[in-house]
Design a protein around this ligand. Structure first.
Ligand code: XMP
Length: 517
C-alpha cells in the first residue's frame, strides 16, 4: 500500500481517498510510526499529511527521520512538507505571513516528474503560517508563490518530494494530478487498485475466516449493511442469513426494496420480522427525544435477540450453530477509534441498529478498509439496485425521531407521504447528488391556522431540512431552487391531509443538528 501519515486534523482521510481515486490502495498510519515499522510494511510510497501545528511548537507531532533513509518515495504535504524540510537540513521560518485559501502559484520547474505537464500559473489551496525558507541540500525548488519562495521541491535521486499547498482539496486546480504524478511518475506505482480486486480479495478473506460456518447479518436498509451482506453472500452463499426488522419507522417503499429488489439482486436468504405493533406500543405516550431513541434501541435489540435465538436454535439443531455476525463497519470508523495502524483493538461502534457488544459472535467486517464512496462502487459492481446503493443516510431510529411529539401510526403515515413527495421531487430535479440528505420533519405538537377551499384548517407544519455536508459533523442548509420548494410545498399541502403549511429550516450545523431530535 501507500501509507498516509496522519499529523492530525482531518487531512489524512481525504488524502487517503484521493490516493485511492488514483487507483492505488492507501492506509492511514499515525505519525508515531517508526522506520522499522514502516520497513516491515514495505509500502510502495508514503504521503505525509498536513496538520494543525507549527514544526517549532512544543508538542508538535514528531516523525522518525530515519524513514526518509529507507529508499521509499515520500511526498510531504503542508506540515508534512515542513517536517521533511526540517528533518533533512532545510530551514523553516516563522515569517509571520499567513497564507490561507486560494493562492496563485508559479511552477518554476515543470521538467520534474512531480509537476510535469502542469500549467505554469495555477491556483492552489494554502493553509499555513510557517514557510520553508531554504530547501534541504540536494533538493530543487519547483514552485513559488508571492509570499512563499519554496512552495514545492524535489530530490529525484532520493525520490523525496513536497508541496506547501493541499493537493487533496478540490480548490487546488491541479491537485489530483500532483498526487497522480507523485504516485505513478515519481514513485512508479501502477494504477491497479479497483472495486473488482477489492471484491475478489474480500471474498477470499471471508471464506478463510468463516470456513463452513453460518453467518448472521442484520440488514438496516442502509448502504453499509446491504453491501456487507452482499459481499458475504458472494463469498459463502447460503451460509448467510439476513434479518430485517420492520419497526414501522421506515419510509415509504423501504421494506419492499429490501424484501424484493435486494433479495432479487443478491439471492440472500432473508428473514423479515414484523415488529411494527411492538414498537408503536412501546413508543405510546413518549415525546422526549432521548427517551424515544432509547426505546427504539432497546426494542430493536430485543427483537433481534429473539430472532437470533430462534435462528441459532434452528441451526444448532442441524449441528451447525451460527457463529459469525456481519457488521458494516467502514474505514473512517476504524480510523476514528484509533485503529488506523491496523493493529489497535477496535471497539465495534456504529453497528447496525446499535446491537450490543456482548452478542456471542465473531465479527465479520468486510468493509473495514473502505470509504463510503468505495462501498457504493462495490455495491453497484455486485449488482445492487441504485435505490439501495445511492441511498442517503437515514438514522437508525427512522421516522421515530422525525415526529416532534408522540409517535402514532397515523402520524407516521402522514410523514411517510410527505417524505415520499420530497424525495421524488429532489430526484426529479436531479439534486440527489448535491445534497447530503433532506430530513422531513412533522411538527405534531404544533398547529397553525390555514385556509383551504372555503374552509378554515387547523393543521400541522412539515419542516424541510435539506443539508449539504462532507461527513455530517458539520453541515450547511442547501439553497434549493425556489420553484422546486414551491412545487414541494404545493404537493404536500394538497396531497397530505392534515398538513397545511411547509417550512424550510435555514440553520447550519452547528448550531442546529441535522435531525430535529
Ligand atoms: P445529527 O442530527 O446528529 O445527525 O446532526 C448526523 C447524522 O447522523 C444521522 N443520525 C443517525 N444515524 N442512528 C444513525 O444510524 C442514529 O441514532 C442517528 N441520529 C442521527 C443523521 O441522519 C445525520 O446523517
Amino acid at each position: 500500500p501507500v501509507l498516509v501519515v496522519d499529523f492530525g486534523a482531518q487531512y489524512a482521510q481525504l488524502i487517503a481517498r484521493r490516493v485511492r481515486e488514483a487507483s492505488v490502495y492507501s492506509e492511514i498510519v499515525p505519525h508515531s510510526i517508526t522506520a522499522a515499522e514502516v520497513a516491515e510494511r514495505n509500502p510502495a510510497g508514503i504521503v505525509l499529511s498536513g496538520g494543525p501545528s507549527s514544526v517549532y511548537e512544543e508538542g508538535a507531532p514528531r516523525f522518525d527521520p530515519a524513514i526518509f533513509e529507507l529508499g521509499i518515495p515520500v511526498l510531504g504535504i503542508c506540515y508534512g512538507f515542513q517536517v521533511m524540510a526540517t528533518a533533512l537540513g532545510g530551514e523553516v521560518a516563522h515569517t509571520g505571513l499567513r497564507e490561507y485559501g486560494a493562492t496563485a502559484a508559479t511552477v518554476t520547474d515543470g521538467s520534474n516528474a512531480l509537476l510535469a505537464g502542469q500549467p505554469a500559473e495555477q491556483t492552489v489551496w494554502m493553509s499555513h503560517g510557517d514557510s520553508v525558507a531554504k530547501a534541504p541540500e540536494g533538493f530543487e525548488v519547483l514552485a513559488s508563490t508571492s509570499s512563499t519562495p519554496v512552495a514545492a521541491f524535489a530530490d529525484d535521486a532520493r525520490r523525496l518530494y513536497g508541496v506547501q499547498w493541499h493537493p487533496e482539496v478540490k480548490h487546488s486546480e491541479q491537485g489530483q494530478r500532483v498526487l497522480e504524478n507523485f504516485l505513478h511518475r515519481a514513485a512508479g506505482i501502477p494504477a491497479d487498485w479497483n472495486s473488482g480486486n477489492v471484491i475478489a480479495e474480500q471474498v477470499e478473506r471471508i471464506r478463510a475466516q468463516v470456513g463452513g460456518g453460518k453467518v448472521l447479518c442484520a440488514l438496516s436498509g442502509g448502504v453499509d449493511s446491504a453491501v456487507a451482506a452482499a459481499l458475504v453472500h458472494e463469498a459463502v452463499g447460503d451460509q448467510l442469513v439476513c434479518v430485517f426488522v420492520d419497526h414501522g419507522l421506515l419510509r415509504q417503499d423501504e421494506r419492499r426494496q429490501v424484501e424484493e429488489d435486494y433479495v432479487t439482486a443478491t439471492g440472500v436468504r432473508l428473514v423479515t420480522v414484523d415488529a411494527r405493533e411492538q414498537f408503536l406500543s412501546a413508543l405510546a405516550g413518549v415525546t422526549d427525544p432521548e427517551e424515544k431513541r432509547k426505546i427504539i434501541g432497546r426494542e430493536f435489540i430485543r427483537t433481534f435477540e429473539r430472532t437470533q435465538a430462534g435462528l441459532v436454535a434452528e441451526s444448532a439443531a442441524d449441528g451447525d450453530p451460527i457463529r459469525f455476525l456481519v457488521q458494516g463497519t467502514l474505514y473512517p470508523d476504524v480510523v476514528e477509534s484509533g485503529g488506523g495502524s491496523g493493529t489497535a483493538n477496535i471497539k465495534s461502534h456504529h453497528n447496525v441498529g446499535g446491537l450490543p457488544e456482548d452478542l456471542q459472535f465473531e465479527l465479520v467486517e468486510p468493509l473495514r478498509a473502505l470509504f463510503k464512496d468505495e462501498v457504493r462502487a462495490i455495491g453497484a459492481q455486485l449488482g445492487l439496485p441504485a435505490e439501495i446503493v445511492q441511498r442517503q443516510p437515514f438514522p437508525g431510529p427512522g421516522l421515530g425521531i422525525r415526529i416532534v411529539g408522540e409517535v402514532t401510526g397515523e402520524r407516521l403515515e402522514l410523514l411517510r407521504q410527505a417524505d415520499a413527495i420530497v424525495r421524488a421531487e429532489l430526484t426529479a430535479a436531479g439534486l440527489d447528488g448535491q445534497i447530503w440528505q433532506c430530513p422531513v420533519v412533522l411538527l405534531a405538537d404544533v398547529r397553525s391556522v390555514g385556509v383551504q377551499g372555503d374552509g378554515r384548517t387547523y393543521g400541522h407544519p412539515i419542516v424541510l431540512r435539506p443539508v449539504s455536508s462532507e461527513d455530517a459533523m458539520t453541515a450547511d442548509w442547501t439553497r434549493l431552487p425556489y420553484d422546486l420548494l414551491a412545487r414541494i410545498s404545493n404537493r404536500i399541502t394538497n396531497e397530505v391531509s392534515g398538513v397545511n403549511r411547509v417550512v424550510l429550516d435555514v440553520t447550519s450545523k452547528p448550531p442546529g443538528t441535522i435531525e430535529w431530535e
